[in-house]
Design a protein around this ligand. Structure first.
Ligand code: ZN
Length: 196
């Protein structure tokens, strides 16, 4: 197979701009470092679905530099790491089947990548909440294993295998990223480990 497995868009699609200012992220939400100092950084946006109006509303979003992305999960317990890995392995066939299909058909538009959960296939319109993450490489959107969608269904599975200690650590990380923003108190989501 000579299908490409990696594609860089011409620019950053507006979908991955900051929601309130409609311009690209400039600083890391964890260390406040300039994202332009990195050849790679990650973005995550969490949405709530309004099933009556059939619209999604953004709950929170952040950008994280490559250094912070590499180190943010490094202090979680071995047991939790193994649990996260095995959950991903369990869903591996679906993930690779789907990305293979998207790459083979050169479907390099965000809509195709974010319409359903990358792990379970659940459509985002059927989710109460879902998270979308992406990697920006040299000011271009990277299509490789991401953009990736994590549905509420997969997040619940993940929560069920994590130790309380690990969940607390992810919650702490989320609080640090969001700086105690009160609108996120009722969220089931944490920064999605293993996605980056
Ligand atoms: Zn950082």
């Amino acid at each position: 197979m000579d299908n490409p497995k990696k594609f860089l868009s011409d620019d950053i699609p507006a979908f991955f701009y900051k929601f309130d200012t409609e311009v690209p992220f400039t600083n890391c939400s964890l260390c406040d470092g300039k994202l332009s100092d990195y050849s790679k950084y990650a973005i995550e946006k969490v949405f709530k679905q309004n099933k009556i109006l059939n619209t999604s509303e953004i709950v929170y979003e952040y950008a994280i530099c490559w250094d912070c992305a590499q180190t943010s999960g490094s202090d979680i317990s071995e047991d939790s790491k193994i649990a996260i890995m095995s959950l991903f392995v369990e869903h591996k066939n679906f993930i690779s089947m789907r990305t293979d299909y998207l790459h083979a058909n050169k479907m390099y538009n965000i809509e195709s990548w974010i319409e359903r959960c990358s792990l379970t296939g659940k459509e985002v319109r059927l989710c109460n909440e879902y998270a979308i993450s992406a990697i920006i490489e040299n000011d271009k959107l990277l299509y490789e294993h991401s953009p990736m969608v994590v549905s509420d269904e997969f997040m619940e599975k993940l929560q069920s295998v994590l130790s309380k200690e690990t969940k607390d650590k992810f919650d702490g990380l989320r609080d640090k990223i969001l700086d105690g923003s009160p609108s996120v108190e009722d969220l089931i989501f944490s920064p999605t480990p293993g996605v980056l």
